[in-house]
Design a binder for this molecule. Structure first.
Ligand code: AGV
Ligand code: CA
Length: 313
């Protein structure tokens, strides 16, 4: 039987590649897609999402919802800009038109109504901030009964996060930092949560070897698309910078599909909502239970990306 999935993303390169990969997964029925501003500009992000569904969706009938959620801590503009490049990729514009429509409701209402009307439980895959889910929960807390589990790229329990901003103590992960209160709302619900946090994503940096591996297979349109997309984000050079890219969201999406790629352990956690550590996730005996993904089999992970990407022509 196929698993129903709702995907909410924030338009980064790895968010859009995640959408591409979700469209290739067996026994996976994508029932909705929402895009939130955050690490992108939501206009080109929604357009790029619709084009990806057109080009790589095997005829699936979907609409993409635009979020009107706004965060507390804005992402750096230098990162958000890549979504314009992604939207301009020739492979997404060859047909000269967009067929997949926009949803007629904002993303949090699209999510709410899709959950309310679903007869089966739905898995949520979130690769950006949790704002749209928190807003849906605030409108109707009974939707938790319709949620099988939430797979979220976010948070970390390491000493150092990936935020380096003047109003941060550097302990946070960005998706949690954008809207800390939303994380709190979701953590306070009884949704089962799988956390794909920096513990595991730090193991999948975008290296030169990875880029070469994709480049060597660019005769496959799916791998050409992935290679071109990642060309819009800076290379991991001789030293790690604030802009070093990891395959954060792609690991999250692949874990959703094949949990044997990773190791997980149960943790009890909470989130701070107090500046300058707001958005910091931390372990505490009084916290909520979550399944923490903390390690990944690199070889199997990259093999799965190849396998899925080769399903399109
Ligand atoms: O914190 C990781 C999240 C993921 O959902 N995003 C990027 C992924 O889509 C924020 C982010 C952290 N560091 C970044 C980010 C960087 N160097 N460039 C772009 N985005
Ligand atoms: Ca993201």
């Amino acid at each position: 039987m196929s698993e129903k999935v709702y995907f909410n993303h924030d338009g980064g390169v790895d968010d859009l590649i995640s959408l591409f990969l979700l469209l290739q997964m067996d026994n996976t029925e994508l029932i909705g897609v929402g895009a939130v501003d955050a690490d992108s500009y939501v206009g080109p992000s929604v357009q790029a999402s619709r084009k990806i569904i057109d080009r790589f969706g095997h005829g699936v009938n979907l609409a993409v919802a635009t979020s009107n959620s706004r965060g507390v801590h804005p992402f750096p503009k230098e990162w958000r800009i890549s979504t314009y490049s992604e939207n301009a990729l020739p492979i997404l514009n060859e047909s000269g038109k967009i067929v997949t429509p926009e949803a007629n409701e904002p993303a949090h209402l699209d999510l709410l109504h899709k959950l309310q009307s679903s007869s089966d439980k739905v898995t949520l895959v979130f690769t950006g901030p949790l704002t749209d889910l928190a807003r849906a929960l605030e409108l109707d807390s009974s939707i938790t009964k319709k949620i099988k589990r939430l797979v979220w790229m976010g948070g970390t329990f390491l000493e150092k996060g990936n935020v380096e901003e003047p109003d941060s103590d550097n302990t946070q992960e960005w998706n949690a930092f954008w809207d800390p209160e939303a994380v709190k709302t979701v953590f306070d619900s009884d949704i089962q949560i799988d956390l794909v946090s920096l513990e595991s994503t730090n193991n999948v940096p975008l290296t030169q070897a990875v880029r070469l591996h994709w480049a060597a297979q660019r005769r496959y349109p799916g791998l050409d698309f992935i290679g071109n997309s990642y060309a819009f984000v800076p290379e991991l050079g001789l030293f790690e910078t604030y802009s070093t890219y990891y395959l954060w969201d792609v690991l999250t999406t692949c874990y959703f599909y094949d949990s044997s790629l990773v190791k997980t352990k149960e943790v009890k956690c909470d989130v701070s909502t107090k500046t300058p550590s707001d958005g910091r996730t931390f372990l505490t005996e009084n916290g909520r239970k979550a399944n923490l993904v903390y390690d990944v089999d690199n070889t199997k992970f990259f093999e799965l990306i190849d396998e899925l990407a080769k399903k399109v022509d």
